[in-house]
Design a protein around this ligand. Sequence first.
Ligand code: UT7
Length: 327
Amino acid sequence: MYGSRIAGTGSSVPDRILSNADLERIVSTSDEWIVTRTGISERRIAADGETTSDLAERAGRRALEAAGVDPIDVNLVLVSTVTPDMFFPSTGCLLQDRLGALHAAAFDLSAACSGFVYGLSVADAYLRAGVMRNILVIGAETLSKVVDWKDRTTCVLFADGAGAALMQRTTGESRVLSTHLYADGSRGGQLIIPGGGSRHPISQKVVDENLAKIKMANGNEVFKTAVRAMEEAAVAALKANGVEVSDIDLLVPHQANARIINATAQRLGLPKERIVMNIDRFGNTSAASIPIALDGAVRAGRLKPGDLLLLVAFGGGLTWGSALIRW
Ligand code: UT7
């Protein structure tokens, strides 16, 4: 029986650091408020002209290198992003060219902060079905380009970065055990970029009213929904595989807010040492957050063969989901 495994990971963040002190000079906020409410101390922001595909390319190359896979052997480049370089060509196609993945199909996937788990699930299905051998899944964002820098309720949260996983067909025991994906479009308005698409094409009005920027209707409501949703997705993964919370060696959650992560972990009963948290340095990088955190954990030697790894995500759409992986 074919399965899929993560054969290599990589990540990349911009050089430019934006600290909470820097934000104090942009909007009415304080380091104290941001740290206590979100756990974020600093985040990375793309340079002028630095694009999502620039970050994605660096992360993708590192994942390929870690896996020892040549770009020519990649069958699909899948980029999860809500901040593509442009509507089309897809960022996946831009990368397919830049990486020299000449035999690969390419597309983008839009599931906001759940994008990496959604992408991993799609890749797992192709690999398990036996139709592909190597899939490069990348979560990449330059949210700084769609943040309203006058809105203190969002601009302190979001940031830029990219993370990648080279997923490979396998017959071994190290494999993705299950994925669970969820969506609730009826609550999509809670986290939205309303303008710039076919409903409100770019116009002076869209620019004047900042409609092509991130809006979060009620952060506190999103917060509570996130905790419940991540718990639901985690429990579904455990149940489907007949494993207990105590069997989980490492949880890599979406990095939206340290308090959301802590509350989810508390509800699950998972100790802090088994959770990857890097939000203090990178903020919320949406689809990039899980693969950046995962790559950091892999490179820090926090995963050994046979470990049980749980990924949980939540984000705009609304979307949420989980993946349980035998490392
Ligand atoms: O990636 C997945 C999607 N995103 C999320 O999951 C984000 C989920 N939400 C959150 O993380 C939190 O709700 C926030 C961090 C956004 C806000 O924390 P909160 O504890 O829910 O605060 P709040 O929204 O209830 O706001 C408390 C106060 C308000 O003032 P009043 O009305 O009490 O006077 C806000 O205006 O904090 C004020 N506030 C700020 N103050 C200083 C909001 N943003 C800021 C700020 N600096 N940046």
